[in-house]
Ligand binder design. Structure first.
Ligand code: NAP
Length: 280
């Protein structure tokens, strides 16, 4: 395969992607924030000049959704908007294909059905607004790009909801979890596999949405994670569990376009079981 460059190499997704490429014997150059700070345009230009990538998997992002509302508001924009601009401009100059990962938070989550890939966006929190700005930069700067929106990401290599539930279950008899926010969990492995599938199979450039199939509330997700644990999981409302950043209530993104490429999307229950088998 063509030369691959990964940003955000030590994040939850970046690490999964590196493991997938290692397993397949595919070479790559991967940079964490120290090796290439994406907010430093010169550092980005220098690394891209060295690697001359033909494929860029842009996994770096500022992902602290609540901190993005106030104390790290500027950093959210600097990384997710300015950083993405630096990466897109360098990728364009190198003639590379860029894979940018975005989020269901570009939607407001007020609809009843599924969000089509071309549905109107309306981000309600700072993180969603900055990630949408990143989408717009990628689609305006690049011709050869994949923008892949995802949601509720969990995987072996990072902090996520599944690990939090498993940890809390060790010290609590009872856990309360929000039951009125519905979405689609995404295993990093499924996402990494689709990222590779898209570039290897040269699926048409443009916007995609990738999560595991099916949907659930956070309460249902927690109940499945902890089904074999001696802990009582109880539903609560969003009002009973206030968070700084707005959270979409119903953010189910259509998987039709990804399925139309021939990629097999497993259910979130199967993905979760595979993940639990891996970490146990
Ligand atoms: N996690 C979710 O639930 C979720 C949901 C929807 C979409 N997404 C998207 O999925 C993608 C991957 O997320 P993730 O879960 O893997 O996030 P993550 O674990 O927080 O990883 C993000 C990585 O970006 C790196 N990074 C931050 N600032 C940087 C900078 N200035 N220069 C270079 N690297 C920088 C971080 O490195 P340091 O730790 O060294 O700073 C971190 O390793 C992101 O685009 C995210 O927006 C995630």
């Amino acid at each position: 395969m063509a030369d691959i460059l990964i940003t955000g190499a030590n994040g939850q997704l970046g690490t999964e992607l590196r493991h997938l490429l290692d397993e397949k014997g595919i070479a790559y150059d991967a940079f964490d924030s120290k090796g290439m700070d994406i907010t430093d345009a010169q550092a980005v230009a220098d690394r891209f000049a060295e690697v001359q990538p033909k494929i860029v998997f842009h996994c770096a992002a500022f992902t602290a959704v609540d901190a993005a509302e106030d104390e790290q508001k500027d950093l959210n924009w600097t990384v997710n908007e300015d950083g993405t601009k630096n990466v897109a401009e360098a990728a364009k100059k190198a003639g590379a294909t860029l894979v940018y990962i975005s989020t269901d938070y570009v939607f407001d989550g007020t609809n009843e059905g599924e969000y089509a890939v071309d549905a109107a966006t309306n981000p309600k929190n700072e993180y969603g607004k900055a990630k949408l700005a990143g989408e717009k930069l990628v689609s305006s700067i690049m011709d050869k790009y994949y923008i892949i929106r995802t949601s509720w990401v969990f995987g072996q290599y990072g902090k996520n909801f599944v690990y939090t539930m498993l940890r809390l279950a060790k010290s609590h008899d009872k856990l309360t979890v929000v039951a009125d926010q519905v979405g689609r969990p995404t295993w990093t492995r499924t996402l990494a596999e689709f990222m590779l599938y898209a570039v290897q199979n040269k699926v048409p450039y443009g916007y995609y949405q990738l999560s595991n199939d099916g949907h659930c509330s956070w309460y249902e997700f927690a109940s499945e994670i902890l089904k074999d644990q001696p802990v009582d999981v109880q539903p609560v409302t969003s009002e009973q569990y206030p968070q700084k950043a707005y959270r979409p209530r119903h953010s189910i993104m259509s998987l039709d376009k990804v399925k139309g490429t021939g990629f097999n999307v497993i259910t979130w229950q199967e993905a979760l079981q595979n993940f639990l088998n891996e970490v146990n």
